[in-house]
Design a protein around this ligand. Structure first.
Ligand SMILES: *Cc1c(COP(=O)(O)O)cnc(C)c1O
Length: 341
């Protein structure tokens, strides 16, 4: 696609093929030098490990223009580290952290013309991913792998205001069978497709998953972590080994404490406590924070005092401060903004 034909203001969250992607291959125990290539297709044998046993992990981050005209990314080293951890959990050779950050720079620089103009609210979404590529039929990890970063321009998450959503408490466990809830892998999303479609058919935007063992503690949704605000303005976010460590959530915790002077608690959150919170939000790269207005729990509706019209006041402050930092309009903590040259 010619970037001149893209209507930046109308972009949603879909795949638009860009000119270049970054690829590195692992064979005979080592990663090759990697390269920027033009071919958007991957040709693999029918028996490739990724097809048979879903050996793949991924990441997601954005590149965008600041007012000053720089192209930047937000904390790509955190994505690199998380993908490193995800790969190890799936018995894949981790892609080196410094090379991941270098690949991010290279692929964005190559696709500069696809970075949406400042002020459109749109950004260039980066999808690093890695898969087992050689043929296996007996259950075991692959010996050969491909690391790739594709990019695609995406629109702003909120179009015409951040309307609070309704979610439901799910009867399913999130990523429980092998305890892979703390890694970013397509296999977890595959498992969540049925519960999410079910929730949508019932009129809810998302599922709230509780811990698999006791079904009493808040975990996360299919693709975003929870934040809650107490009536006295404390930020509470669930601590669990089986949720994905969201970079947005970790950034929010720091912003709330250091920029907004809020008390921050990362701890177990019993579901029974949820009805006492003043505000609730979901956090992730896509939306930064999206407000939750109501949680449906088996016939009972829990409405938050922040209502169904807008973000709650604390959530809004957090959202504005973090997005201000990302846009380089508020001074960022050391190392959070990576300029693309
Ligand atoms: C990606 C993801 C998140 C959000 O993480 P960010 O780093 O903030 O984008 C939360 N939960 C799951 C399951 C995810 O896959």
């Amino acid at each position: 696609m010619d970037p001149k034909d893209i209507k930046w203001e109308e972009l949603g969250f879909g795949y638009i093929e860009c000119d270049y992607r970054y690829v590195s291959k692992y064979k005979d125990g080592k990663w090759d030098d990697g390269a920027i290539i033009t071919d958007s297709n991957i040709v693999l044998n029918e028996c490739a490990c990724v097809f048979q046993y879903s050996q793949s992990v991924f990441e997601g981050l954005k590149a965008y223009y600041t007012k000053e005209g720089d192209i930047v990314t937000f904390r790509p080293d955190m994505n690199a580290q998380r993908m490193y951890d995800s790969a190890k959990r799936l018995e894949m050779p981790p892609f080196p952290i410094d090379r991941f950050v270098d690949a991010v720079e290279k692929v964005v620089a190559a696709n500069k013309h696809f970075v949406p103009p400042y002020g459109t609210g749109a950004s260039l979404y980066l999808r690093p991913f890695m898969m087992g590529t050689n043929s296996v039929i007996g259950v075991k990890p692959a010996d050969e792998y491909e690391f790739r970063i594709l990019v695609t321009p995406v629109g702003p998450y909120f179009k015409g205001g951040a309307k609070p959503i309704k979610i439901k408490v799910s009867d399913f466990d999130r990523a429980a069978p092998c305890g892979t809830g703390n890694i970013k892998a397509g296999l977890n999303y595959a498992m969540s497709l049925y519960p999410i479609q079910l929730a949508h058919r019932e009129g809810f935007a998302e599922n709230m998953y509780l811990d698999a063992k006791t079904r009493t503690k808040v975990e996360e949704t299919g693709g975003a972590n929870f934040i809650f605000i107490t009536k006295d303005g404390t930020l509470v976010t669930p601590k669990s080994d089986s949720i994905l460590p969201s970079i947005t959530r970790r950034s929010i915790m720091e912003v709330a404490e250091k920029y907004l002077g809020m008390k921050v608690e990362c701890r177990e959150v019993p579901f029974t406590e949820v009805k006492d919170f003043a505000e609730c939000g979901l956090c992730g790269t896509a939306a930064v924070v999206s407000p939750v207005g109501m949680i449906y729990d088996h016939g009972e509706e829990i409405y938050f005092p922040s209502g169904m019209d807008d973000m709650g006041p604390w959530t809004k402050k957090i959202y504005e401060t973090l997005t201000g930092i990302q846009r380089c309009e508020i001074e960022a903590p050391e190392g959070w903004i990576k300029k693309i040259n």
